[in-house]
Design a protein around this ligand. Sequence first.
Ligand code: RFL
Length: 409
Amino acid sequence: MTVTPTPTLTPNSPSPERTSVVVVGAGPAGLALGTVLRDAGIDCVVLECETRAFIERRPRAGVIEEWAVDALDRRGLAGNLLKRAERHTACAFRFDGGQHRFSYTELTGRHHFVYPQPLLVTDLVREYADVRGGDIRFGVRDVTVRDVGTDRPTVTYTCAETGEQRVLQGEFVAGCDGARGVTRRALTDAGARVARHDYGIGWLALLAEAPPSADCVLFGMHPDGFAGQMPRSPEVTRYYLQCPPGDDPANWPDDRVWTQLQRRLAADGAAPLTEGRLIEKRVLDMHDYVVEPMSVGRLFLAGDAAHLVAPIAAKGMNLALHDAFLLGDALVAHRAGDDGALSAYSRDCLRRVWDYQEFSQWLSEVYHGISHGDPFRAGTTLARLRRLFTSPAAAAAFAEQYLGTADRY
Ligand code: RFL
């Protein structure tokens, strides 16, 4: 792959500050990477466009896979999580008026952990900045990545406090700035390809100030559309409602939301959902993308910057952590003179990424096949669902993918 030259600094640019790794973005990927680098004594600077208070409150994920918790724990990052997270042992599918509980822990001995993303981000900022003394700069603007094809890539930004332009020169740049960041563009400008998939559906993502109405994740497959319940804490529950893509949340007054949730998640013998104030209501246009390769020259992407998985199977944050630990370890090995892991980084991440993307597509058909309006798709969807509860081989395959426990990707 050829690297297109990017504009270099002009003679009037401020003199660059040197560091080893510039990390753009303080989400789970950037913060986990920063702590690995700090632990190995590699200096780095994390640049974040929002404030600390904002990123510590931004609601998103909740489900973390057991291998990811183990990886956080091995690096001393799971203290609060292990004390406070709920351990889930099952999920339930509600369709045809009935409830079918899938006890994956009974089958595999493995769990899912439920720990809200803002709590994990709060823990990681504290570990990186307060405990390990890492350099993190909040509220930065106008971040630009340059010269990734050279051995001295630079990142310029505008400082929040002074409004001045600053220049950081590193050996490496890690693009951890999520789906709306700027580093993906630098990579595609340098020749990387983006593969994208649109589901053609929307989800109304909701947070309710209400306890969960069941002790596990609920998937409701209903002719009106999919509905899901994802417990977050004893006080807050995430719900999803399938809706047209591009729908306006204003079309979903609270009464309509609760009527549809009650209807789509109803099952014989199940109590009605416990309702509460809706504190988040936003429409997600469901899509996935993958940037391939995930690195060009000295720029390496990690997390949502490199690949977005629609929240169908609750995989995105898990992949972000997976990338961050692989990249951190690869940079540490590079420092010790071994470039093998850095060269293999993109390939090693993408195996799990594509596997999770494929599972999300499969699960999307399970969620949405019944409401599509095509009786043939509804029939095959019901066959898939029944197979999970009649075929031990199908159940084992589902559990492995849902929990991310395959030995090799
Ligand atoms: P993040 O978390 O988006 O962090 C990127 C950070 O970069 C900052 N940033 C910039 N900083 C400097 N300069 C710029 N130009 C910048 N542009 C952006 C941003 O402010 C931010 O702080 O990316 P990261 O670290 O890759 O982590 C990815 C995860 O956040 C994401 O995959 C998950 O939230 C996805 N997801 C879920 N994943 C799971 O594994 N389990 C779940 O249960 C789960 N539930 C969800 C989800 C995503 C959801 N939404 C909002 C799409 C539920 C929902 C509703």
